[in-house]
Design a protein around this ligand. Sequence first.
Ligand code: MLT
Length: 409
Amino acid sequence: MIRINENYNLLQGSYLFSEVNKRVKAYQEKNTGRKIIRLGIGDVTQPLSPSVIAGMKRGVEDMASAASFKGYGPDQGYDFLREAICDADFQSHGINIGSDEIFITTGAKEDTANIQELFAQDIRIAIPDPVYPVYVDSNVMAGRSGAFTDGRYRNFVYLDCNERNHFTPSLPSEPVDLIYLCFPNNPTGQVATKEELKKWVDYARKNRALILFDAAYEAFIRDPGIPHSIYEIEGAREVAIEFRSLSKTAGFTGTRCAYTMIPRDLMAWDAAGNPHSLNQFWFRRQSTKFNGTAYVIQRAAEQVFSSKGKEESRAIIDYYLGNAKLISEGIKSQGWNFSGGTNSPYIWFKTPDGLNSWEFFDRLLSECQVVGTPGAGFGKCGEGYFRLSSFGSRENVQEAMERILQVKF
Ligand code: MLT
């Protein structure tokens, strides 16, 4: 008899964005003809930049001739892309990351979900709340969660983020082995200073813990004092894996390309106390389970790191940041407490009139035909909050805010 992985029974409902889509579809079917504006999932709307398209075309041309055709690519990604990333994102900023420490993949979602395979079953995991649900669900599927009671999994150490601590997690009050951090944060839009990150790096060094640092939104940072990479903090090479993505940075949500940094110094220990290289473990994992990001896509991605490509991406991000400003100003004019909206594409705010997150979602959809993301979907501390994303077109964002501001909540 084929039996299921019973850990899947511990997952709560459907994946957040699937549930959002289901509700929107049901509303749309009953209200045909109404224009729905989607500011829910962080999916980009602006086209790939001219440099990226030129890189993609070059990739296509290469595939059209036997002399330049490419079959399976190198396990870690093509050198041309890893070297371009290494130079543009790290070396030129004085950050010590080598191209052999960069792994090209298809998405930070996949990598942040898959990386937990490298670790023992009984590690203690610290998870901020609210949080990107993939970190939680991937560990539930792997059997690390324990039972779900009162909105929480028994075995996880939750790091509450709320208005009192400005949505910034404090160090855990009990020992942990693995820590998920995301800055600029999804969903709260909060950023971390160097001092804040140093606190985590020091903790991890002292406790032989590992930080999984999701930097998928680093390109939205405009404040020069805010670090883009955890490797800007001394000692982070020994204790942190960093995830970056071209999804929001360069419009690759549908194109799919991301990269994960695993320094050679980074170790994890076996039961006998022997150190093992996580760079080598991940290489082993990827070469067994993954056959690489398509050559054409890697050629497109290479151009994101060219000087023209960087300028073009920056202009697109500025456009989304302009949307974020419009949304924040609207939320502020309503007197709703919010975070994010600067250095981040997300605006996270307290729902008005004591509405819970899903009640507000339903009212926003039925009264304004605007879709957002209920904070409760990101964890218990997200209840009573709501997230709007700035990735729509300017016209749609303007229209959405006009509609929201007309309603008395
Ligand atoms: C989000 O809206 O939280 C993100 O777009 C989801 C993702 O990147 O997978």
